[in-house]
Design a protein around this ligand. Structure first.
Ligand SMILES: Nc1ncnc2c1ncn2[C@@H]1O[C@H](COP(=O)(O)OP(=O)(O)OP(=O)(O)O)[C@@H](O)[C@H]1O
Ligand SMILES: [Mg+2]
Length: 241
């Protein structure tokens, strides 16, 4: 049985069909890419999976049980965590306090939350920044903080929304290693990313969205050879010579 199932999910905002009848499965332990041009509906789908919005039709199942429509707190409690495309840290709080916010979804004890936060910061390479205010972090550190706060909720599924965007090649390579380390911990990952050279080596399969719909689902090799994907998203650079 797949760990996560997206079944026939549609979501409309006014006149915009952000997601149209989207269906796919995610296997436990997989890194799945969620790709597609700007406005394709990637973040909207993350919002439905993480419980922030309720799909108009369809449902999302975790381990066979419906999670769509339960709200973000319940979804986090059941093991779905995410990072945000536009970093959302609590700027005046310290890095440790930010990560503790995630940990409090698992414990009411400040001591236990602090311990969990410290362990997660070490894992994410943020220990040296623990007592700094979040606003003072560099852009790649802020991305790591998003990951750390999400991981502190002890997720089974982690949704990464453009966590490597805007980073230098060296910073992106460090981010890739962090993603691999998270997967090695047994966390299943769905990642939205635009830089194909970075995302395709990481993923087992990718779902490509276009205009709210699934254009195709396949292995990285299948994706880069698909003429429709080249036309809608990748561009001529990927066209067969
Ligand atoms: N809350 C909302 N209210 C109105 N329209 C929305 C809302 N959320 C998303 N949309 C619209 O839905 C469509 C899909 O947006 P979405 O943010 O999911 O795309 P995306 O694939 O994440 O794009 P990008 O790569 O630029 O981040 C867009 O046309 C967007 O304007
Ligand atoms: Mg987006």
């Amino acid at each position: 049985m797949p760990l996560l199932e997206v079944r026939n999910v549609s979501k409309r905002f006014g006149g915009v069909n952000a997601n149209i009848e989207i269906s796919f499965d995610v296997a436990e332990g997989e890194i799945l890419g969620l790709l597609g041009p700007n406005g394709a509906g990637k973040t909207s789908l993350f919002n439905s999976i993480s419980g922030e919005v309720t799909p108009d039709t369809g449902e999302i199942l975790l381990d066979g049980a419906r999670i769509s429509g339960l709200g973000p707190v319940s979804c986090a409690g059941l093991g779905v965590a995410r990072t945000f495309q536009v970093v959302r840290s609590f700027d005046t709080m310290t890095v440790r306090e930010n990560v503790m916010v995630g940990a409090f979804s698992r414990t009411a004890s400040p001591r236990a939350a602090m311990q969990a936060a410290d362990e997660t910061m070490t894992f994410c390479g943020l220990s040296a920044r623990a007592d700094r205010p979040a606003w003072s972090l560099s852009p790649p550190e802020k991305r790591r903080l998003e990951v750390a706060r999400a991981l502190a909720t002890k997720p089974r599924v982690l949704l990464l929304d453009e966590m490597l965007t805007g980073l230098t090649p060296t910073e992106a390579a460090e981010g890739v290693q962090l993603v691999r380390d998270v997967q090695a911990r047994g966390v299943t990952i769905i990642m939205v990313e635009h830089v194909m050279e970075v995302v395709l080596p990481l993923v087992t399969r990718a779902v490509v969205l276009n205009l709210g719909r699934v254009l195709t689902i396949g292995s990285p090799a299948e994706i880069v050879r698909n003429p429709e994907v080249i036309r809608a998203y990748l561009g001529d650079r990927y066209a067969p010579a």
